[in-house]
Design a protein around this ligand. Structure first.
Ligand code: UGA
Ligand code: MN
Length: 253
């Protein structure tokens, strides 16, 4: 089975570094198709050129998040869901280009700032319906995880709202692509209560009893919800204030 990885991404100073790191992980994974979706009204030159050189099988898409749904710099990072329209566009592409009778693969939503152990991809590859596993450094805990009893998921180890039907981070599950082709109504929604993006989607396609626990019955952490520090470029301005030209804008970072 092919692993279709859907990644929303947006322009910021660390973007190329993030995408480089991510692509080097994916290059270790056989049969991976990367669907990279820019949060942008156009496909940027930086991402287009990056992809053409990255050595992966990929599809490059773009859709801009409307300003009302965008996180402002003064907002706390959890206020509005991120990457919603981008993941939905990735799903739309799969629904247009694959056919339910021949499709053989798994969909994973991989944010561009997380850290992935390549073993995770072999865990998810044989997902029949929906697989789940722990996510390290998530939810202000060492990890968040499905709770497994006798081989079945029975509840969730999270601090935030463990009563959610599927209290998992985006990085903690994969879906058999046929399930998504069979359920065209299953999409992410910008209007859900905060922290309910994942549980809202999964509720449309599965039940807790059907979940397939991976990573040694959810005892191994194979993905980390790392968050990259914003680049601090204060000395660029200081250079200009002192009458120096600052860095060369023709050098891509
Ligand atoms: C957490 C979850 O891990 C995300 O999967 C979830 O989308 C997010 O919360 C949420 O609440 O919506 P977090 O680290 O807070 O993640 O979010 P980011 O990593 O900042 O963003 C998630 C993805 O969306 C990233 O791939 C990022 O590049 C992309 N993004 C972010 C955009 O496409 N546009 C934006 O304006 C911001
Ligand atoms: Mn993140």
């Amino acid at each position: 089975p092919t692993i279709y990885v859907i990644t929303p991404t947006y322009a910021r100073t660390v973007q190329k570094a993030e995408l480089t790191r991510l692509s080097y992980t994916f290059l270790h994974v056989p049969k991976l198709h990367w669907i990279l979706v820019e949060d942008s009204p156009t496909k940027t030159a930086l991402v287009s050129q990056f992809l053409s050189r990255c050595g992966l099988t990929y599809t490059h898409l773009n859709v801009a998040t409307p300003p009302v749904f965008k996180t402002k710099s003064a907002d706390p990072h959890w206020l509005k869901p991120r990457g919603v329209l981008q993941r939905n566009l990735g799903l739309e592409w799969l629904r247009e280009h694959l056919h339910a009778d021949t499709a053989n693969g798994v969909v994973y939503f991989a944010d561009d700032d997380n850290t992935y152990d390549i073993q995770l991809f072999e865990e998810m590859r044989y997902t029949k319906r929906v697989s789940v596993w722990p996510v390290g450094l998530s939810g202000y805990l060492r990890y968040e995880s499905p709770v497994v009893t006798n081989g079945h998921v029975t509840s969730w180890f999270t601090y935030f709202r463990p009563d959610r039907a599927f209290a998992t981070d985006m990085a903690g599950f994969s879906i058999n692509v046929r399930l998504l082709l069979d359920r065209p109504e299953a999409v992410f929604k910008n209007t859900v209560r905060r922290g309910h993006l994942e549980t809202n989607l999964l509720s449309a396609i599965t039940t807790m009893g059907e979940l397939e626990p991976k990573a040694h019955n959810c005892t191994k952490v194979l993905v980390w919800h790392t968050r990259t520090e914003k680049a601090d470029l204060r000395n660029e301005d200081k250079f200009k204030k002192r009458g120096f030209p600052g860095s060369n804008p023709d050098i891509e970072v």
